[in-house]
Design a protein around this ligand. Structure first.
Ligand SMILES: [Zn+2]
Length: 281
């Protein structure tokens, strides 16, 4: 698609007029052209009238400005990175991560397991979250060399250790409650999904045995407890229904006492990235 005309605009910098043979009306899209103002791409049918396009832009100016606003917010979110320094903190139900000033010239790690109890329904409650502390020299320069990247990796490895210590028994607890046979459970750092479940068929001489493999994202540990439960029970429901059919959701919803939709909605606030959980002042 070639740009037919470029017009100047006081708000958008540039309006790019693009002709599309199949277009029947005007469509407006943000044009991130690298200039300080985000432009607008206007797709128009062949034999369009420039004056009419300008009129349409004028009529829709308010909506177009808010479209660019939404586009910008989404972009800011995507490129969001967090600087790791003394103020970096993660404070979740199950794990606290912080940086503290030490007295030696070495970077030390301090790890403490969570204190966990069970309520009357046999479900885990966290009495005291696990701790992961990085003790750094008092005059430590967080920006020297590739220290930012190294700490990001160290934080992820720390979360992985605590996720193994907490998520595995939590998942196995639910599995044994519902009589589900698991073959293997893995904790990974894959981005984009909280968990997955696959069938593991084992053939022996006499019969074949069905069990399941479950993968969990280590970031699951950083979710509030009730959303961890959503992830764990979601994957366990897949041992009964391998799809996301109405029957699947009905089953999961029973296990979650009718709260699946509410929990799913809340889960949308989080992504499988360490920066999704950093405490913002
Ligand atoms: Zn699923």
């Amino acid at each position: 698609m070639l740009c037919d005309k470029i017009l100047e605009d006081r708000d958008f910098g540039h309006l790019y007029i693009i002709v599309n043979r199949r277009a029947v009306r005007y469509t407006f899209r943000p044009a991130n052209d690298g200039t300080p103002k985000v432009g607008i791409r206007v797709t128009v049918p062949p034999r369009y009238d420039v004056k009419d396009v300008v009129r349409a832009v004028e009529q829709n100016r308010t909506q177009l400005l808010s479209m660019l606003q939404v586009n910008q917010t989404a972009k800011d979110k995507k490129t969001e990175t967090v600087h790791i320094d003394w103020d970096f903190r993660i404070e979740t139900d199950c794990l606290l991560i912080s940086f503290i000033k030490g007295t030696s010239q070495k970077v030390l790690f301090h790890k403490e397991a969570a204190q966990i109890d069970k309520n009357m329904h046999g479900e885990e409650i966290i009495l005291k979250p696990a701790i992961l502390q990085f003790v750094c020299p008092p005059d430590f320069d967080f920006d020297k060399g590739d220290r930012q990247a190294l700490f990001e990796r160290a934080i992820i490895e720390g979360v992985r250790l605590h996720a193994k210590a907490q998520l595995l028994p939590r998942l196995l607890g639910y599995a044994s409650r519902y009589g589900i046979q698991l073959n293997e459970v893995k904790i990974n750092s894959s981005k984009g999904r909280w968990g997955s479940c696959s069938l593991h068929k084992q053939r022996t001489f006499l019969n074949s045995k069905k069990s399941y493999n479950i993968n969990l994202s280590l970031f699951t540990l950083l979710l509030p407890m009730h959303l961890q439960k959503l992830i764990l029970l979601h994957e366990l429901t897949h041992t009964i229904y391998m799809d996301h059919s109405p029957a699947f959701h009905a089953h999961l919803n029973t296990w979650l006492e009718g709260k699946e939709d509410a929990f799913e909605k809340e889960l949308k606030k989080y992504t499988t990235s360490i920066f999704s959980f950093v405490k913002k002042e």
